[in-house]
Design a protein around this ligand. Structure first.
Ligand SMILES: NC(=O)CC[C@H](N)C(=O)O
Length: 309
């Protein structure tokens, strides 16, 4: 096993001529104006090592990566009952697709596509006004990362709401099948705020550590979920975490991962490390283009692919 800091530095150096590749999300101005040549990587190992390169301490919009954290909260509250509301199969469709919802009676394929995340957010609203649900999600992320400085970018949340016609359509459609218990505006409000959480690669890698370390955070000693639950969340990330690019991500990288349209990816090397990369340029399916390449290089050089070294 080569020295991890050397590996991370080499990936950063070798990719630097390609910084800016892909297409930055432009559906809201706050994402459209992010510099496309940003690149950060953070590797947080289960034994406490942290290896950073590039813009690893610059905050970005975690967007759909938040779906891992809301799924974890929902499982903690309701356990396997959540699977009545959302499936566990890859969708093979875009993250914001509506087509399967009609055929499948308003039950989204998995918790990582938008429709599935909205169903999970609806569950988190039980007994809470939207503000409290948002507070709970933020507190949980801070607890995971052991960092009270993580905040929500309210400008991003407002812009998401102003342009969120697709998400509103998905939520209304599910509501028409009686698959949401709370008002559509409440579900959307919470969802837009969870997407607007801003974190750096360093913070994100720390927040994901419980998934790499059998459900507890070895830095804080906190048990977050059971070993079995951590394994299962990783399985969902592997099969569904990159939408209709999940098969390709598994093929090239071989790690459970969750992408966000802000250009971040959280990847888990079970037993070894939690990894966050950020490069805002996206590929055709809306996943970070260079982020995926960086993780492919990391997995190849460390032998961390779950399919074998
Ligand atoms: N892929 C993503 O990161 C999607 C999140 C984005 N806020 C949306 O709901 O469309």
């Amino acid at each position: 096993m080569p020295d991890l800091q050397t590996v991370v530095d080499e990936i950063h150096r070798e990719l630097s001529p390609r910084f800016g590749e892909g297409r930055v999300a432009d559906y809201i101005p706050q994402l459209a104006r992010v510099r496309p040549d940003r690149f950060g990587i953070a590797v947080q190992t289960v034994d406490g090592g942290v290896h950073l390169a590039g813009d690893a301490d610059v905050s970005f919009s975690i967007q759909s990566i938040s779906k891992v954290f809301t799924l974890t909260i929902a499982l903690g509250k309701l356990g396997d009952a959540i699977w009545k509301r959302v499936g566990r199969e890859p969708s093979g469709t875009a993250f914001n697709s509506i087509v399967q919802l009609e055929r499948e009676a308003g039950i989204p394929r998995n918790p990582f596509i938008n429709a599935g995340a909205l169903a999970i957010t609806d569950l988190l609203l039980a007994g809470h006004p939207p503000k409290a649900a948002i507070g709970e999600i933020l507190r949980f992320v801070r607890y995971l990362a052991d960092d009270e400085d993580i905040v929500i970018d309210h400008e991003v949340a407002r812009s998401e709401a102003a342009t969120g016609y697709r998400n509103a359509a998905l939520a209304n459609f599910m509501r028409s099948f009686d698959r949401l218990n709370h008002p559509v505006e409440h579900v959307l409000g919470v969802y837009f705020h969870q997407c607007a959480i801003a974190m750096s690669c360093r913070q994100l890698a720390r927040a994901g550590l419980y998934l790499a370390a059998g459900g507890s955070n070895p830095l804080t000693g906190h048990r977050v979920v059971s070993r079995q639950r951590a394994r299962r969340i990783n399985a969902l990330m592997l099969t569904c975490g990159h939408y209709d690019g999940s098969g390709d991500f598994a093929y090239h990288v071989g790690l459970p991962g969750k992408s966000g349209v802000g250009g971040g990816i959280l990847a888990i090397a079970p037993g070894n490390a939690s990894i966050a990369v950020w490069s805002p340029g996206l590929n055709d399916v809306g996943n970070s283009a260079l982020g995926t390449v960086a993780l492919e290089m990391l997995a190849a050089r460390t032998g961390w692919s779950v399919f074998g070294a």
